[in-house]
Ligand binder design. Structure first.
Ligand code: 1PX
Length: 211
């Protein structure tokens, strides 16, 4: 629900993501994304084309998780192994597995890099910083490379509708600005670790360019 968002919930989800042996639980990964999407929805309908795509991808992973092969989708590591061993991934061009768990998660993984850059820039921003500028810089340094012109254009338009930094901090619903900054400082290492583990796993298996 849009009004139940709090940055703390996002932090909690990403904290729960890592198992003792540093595997990434898909259940918490997608619950982190659900929280973020509910936050984005609360910012207005200009963002709905973005949240629709995110929800669609979250749902694909959720369906695998609750489906008959759900046990293989417990962690990103087990998913990668299962889908590769059983040839369930289109590796070079889209074919019979256009919605594999691996390619779907890769899209969210790339977006997680955007989030990491954006939150870091929010954390270190000052009163005069513009959220739209921070957001588009983070986007250009990450996701944009994977998006065609038309999506980049639409994203740019949406970024202009972002609220000012003050309002943005308030909707994050995590107390005073200083408290938000502190919480961002706690959330970022969690997010970065989840990102890096996934990145290394995908790199090792040559999955970073899945169509
Ligand atoms: C505490 C503050 C946090 C703010 C939370 C914002 C959550 C943002 C969630 C964004 C998730 C985006 C997932 C995008 C996945 C993707 O790259 N999809 C594309 C490729 O998919 P395909 O299946 O075709 O290979 C797809 O083409 C994407 C379409 C939608 C446009 C994506 C634009 C992404 C901009 C990300 C920045 C969001 C800015 C929100 C500001 C709050």
């Amino acid at each position: 629900m849009a009004d139940s968002f709090s940055l703390q919930n996002v932090l909690d989800s990403f904290k729960s993501c890592l198992s003792d042996n540093k595997e990434v639980f898909i259940k918490y990964y997608i619950s982190g994304w659900r929280e973020l999407v509910s936050f984005m929805n609360s910012l207005g309908s200009v963002f709905s084309f973005i949240s629709k795509d995110a929800v669609n991808k979250i749902q694909i992973l959720e369906n695998f998780l609750v489906g008959e092969n759900g046990t293989h989708y417990l962690t990103v590591q087990s998913m990668v192994k299962y889908e590769l061993d059983n040839e369930l991934v289109d590796l070079t061009k889209r074919g019979i597995h256009p919605e594999s768990g691996c390619r779907t998660l890769l899209r969210l993984h790339r977006a997680l890099r955007w989030l990491q850059l954006f939150l870091e820039s929010l954390r270190t921003s000052n009163e005069d910083s513009k959220t739209s500028v921070m957001c588009s810089e983070a986007y250009n340094a990450s996701l944009a490379q994977h998006h065609p012109w038309i999506i980049r254009k639409a994203a740019g338009v949406a970024f202009c509708a972002l609220p000012y930094r003050n309002t943005f901090f308030e909707v994050m619903n995590a107390g005073s600005h200083q408290e938000v900054i502190t919480l961002l400082g706690e959330a970022l290492p969690m997010i970065s670790e989840v990102y890096q583990i996934t990145e290394d796993l995908y790199a090792k298996n040559n999955l970073l360019d899945l169509p």
